[in-house]
Write a new protein. Structure first.
Length: 401
């Protein structure tokens, strides 16, 4: 992940490598245990860096035994991005889709409930108040709007219980249900600094991605056929309006997602878009099968979205304030677990532990101030720090139940 710079800013681009927007980077010993239907725990590790403009690159390691996936991110033209790859909130949206569908399929198999098809319509709702660039901005999240569509010959009571139990067993949705106190570590010019204005990480030093990677990650020889991320070629109607940097009321951001099964065993494709005029649609493929490998699982997408969203806010503030800060990288640890009381599974997400690496010649207090403002304005850190209990509507064979 070494980064060339121009005038203090990265010059590497998503399309500069010629690689796909997402691919398998390293092969693991198997899928993460958390994808099963038994008590388990896995920590997903994201190593991410800033590229040119609003572009980001991340390598997501799926637990101790899983492989790693390289994913890329960008912002739309309303944010002066190049719109080449999905936006951060789209990854988070797709992760919620995929993990829930995976839990539905897995529990249905355990209960001998035959499902002909499953799909989800899911909207995330975010808003911001204050001025981003005056440092008074603050991001907020609201409960998601979820509709699960099922085709099956099973009776309505069994389907209703199946979907509700699957939502309770989803660590991705557990991340929304519980208010988490996330932790942070800061490294400036290669040295860890004490964190005083945020909850400090108690973990050992994380390895700097700059030292871990001597070159850009490359696709593994066993990469699955077909793209796992692609631009659909369609956009929402209307003209793009530049994103405001501040407001006396609310800046609203609603994310629409629609998922379908590309493989009935657990390969999910999610079409996700920011609900603003002129925004592009992106599709993201994920794989929830315990023995699959045609894409990252939903928890990887969720973890990547959190890291990418945080980095977008960091990058915006650095650019606006013209800070002499560059080479921004992070390592993010996202723990997920499944527990059981003997009759039902419960999915949980633990606090996200973010280790931020910054380089430059800014004033000493600027680095932690930047880290703090990035977290306060990040919609996904806002979502994680709130208890968001979403109601789930269920449609069975075209009829609400």
């Amino acid at each position: 992940m070494s980064t060339a710079t121009v005038a203090g800013q990265p010059s590497d681009t998503i399309d500069g490598s010629g690689f796909p927007l997402g691919f398998l980077a390293t092969e693991g010993a198997g899928r993460p245990a958390i994808l099963g239907n038994a008590p388990a725990s896995d920590t997903f590790v994201v190593e991410a860096r800033m590229l040119a403009g609003h572009q980001r690159e991340g390598v997501i390691k799926e637990g101790a035994n899983g492989g790693s996936w390289r994913l890329t991110c960008d912002e739309g033209k309303h944010m002066k991005g190049t719109d080449l790859a999905p936006f951060p909130l789209g990854f988070f949206n797709a992760g919620l889709h995929s993990d829930l569908i995976g839990r539905i399929l897995s529990l249905a198999a355990d209960r001998n409930i035959a499902l002909d098809d499953v799909g989800i319509d899911l909207q995330n709702h975010y808003w911001m108040t204050g001025s981003f660039f005056r440092g008074t901005g603050e991001g907020f999240a609201e409960p998601a709007t979820i509709k699960v569509k099922v085709r099956s010959g099973a009776d309505a009571a069994n389907i209703r219980k199946l979907v509700n139990d699957a939502a309770a067993a989803s660590p991705a949705h557990g991340a929304m249900r519980a208010a988490l106190t996330n932790t942070f570590a800061l490294y400036v010019n290669g040295r860890r600094r004490p964190v005083e204005t945020m909850t400090a990480s108690s973990a050992n030093d994380a390895p700097d991605p700059y030292q871990t990677y001597s070159s850009v990650p490359k696709p593994h020889a066993s990469n699955p056929d077909g793209d796992i991320i692609w631009k659909t070629g369609t956009t929402l109607e209307g003209d793009i309006t530049p994103a405001p940097t501040g407001t006396d009321t609310k800046i609203l951001r609603n994310i629409q997602g629609h998922s379908t099964l590309a493989n009935p065993a657990g390969v999910v494709e999610t079409d996700t878009v920011l609900n603003l005029p002129g925004m592009s649609r992106f599709s993201i493929r994920s794989d929830e099968r315990a023995s699959g490998g045609s894409g990252p699982c939903g928890l990887s997408l969720l973890s990547a979205g959190i890291a990418f969203c945080y980095m977008t806010q960091l990058g915006r503030y650095i650019q606006h304030m013209k800070f002499d800060i560059n080479g921004v990288r992070l390592v993010q640890y996202s723990p997920y677990s499944l527990t059981s009381d003997g009759s039902a599974l419960a999915g949980h997400a633990g606090p996200v532990d973010t280790h931020l690496f910054l380089n430059g010649h800014a004033e000493e207090e600027t680095y932690e101030r930047l880290m703090h403002i990035g977290a306060r304005t990040c919609y996904l850190h806002a979502a994680l720090s709130s208890a968001l209990l979403s109601d789930i509507a269920i449609d069975l064979n075209g009829k609400a139940i």
